[in-house]
Design a protein around this ligand. Structure first.
Ligand code: CA2
Length: 141
């Protein structure tokens, strides 16, 4: 089963800055682990990152039209984008929201998510493990 792992703005900077918050793994490491996990559990993982909001919206529309499950780290758009929330509302296959850091331990502006109301589950603070757990959930769903 095809599964999208979609990542929002600045996540291409992983491993280069702020290792205390986001860990030392790069986005490439994250992709490798997600793809390898997918191979073990029967998911064809399509891992993407974008710094352009319209691109994320187009990917979410594709997921809605083709009923593709989504693991989504919308990064800062989580907290700001009604448009990303509206696109998530159109999804019918499972949607799992993930965050590397525990957003609830951080600044108050990170406590609200436009994604959560449309997600089957939300995982925050487990780093890469959150992505892997989300993929296991999707494989079992
Ligand atoms: O914890 C997460 O995964 C976040 O979605 C990451 C976003 C942040 O805005 C959310 O509140 C929580 C930020 C991604 C930026 O990633 C960077 C990584 C390394 C260096 C700089 C930014």
């Amino acid at each position: 089963m095809k599964t999208y792992v979609l990542n929002g703005p600045n996540l291409n900077r992983l491993g280069k800055r702020e290792p205390g918050i986001y860990g030392s793994q790069t986005l490439g490491d994250l992709e490798e682990s997600c793809v390898a996990t997918g191979e073990h559990i029967g998911l064809e993982v399509d891992f993407r990152q974008t710094n352009a909001e319209h691109e994320l919206l187009e990917w979410l529309h594709q997921a809605a039209d083709e009923r593709i499950p989504v693991v989504l780290n919308a990064a800062a758009w989580t907290h700001t984008s009604v448009a990303v929330g509206d696109a998530c509302a159109q999804l019918e296959a499972p949607l799992i929201e993930v965050h590397l850091s525990n957003v609830h331990k951080r600044e108050p502006f990170r406590h609200h998510s436009y994604v959560s109301a449309h997600a089957d589950g939300v995982i925050a603070g487990l780093g890469l493990h959150g992505y892997i757990a989300a993929l296991h959930y999707i494989a079992a769903a």
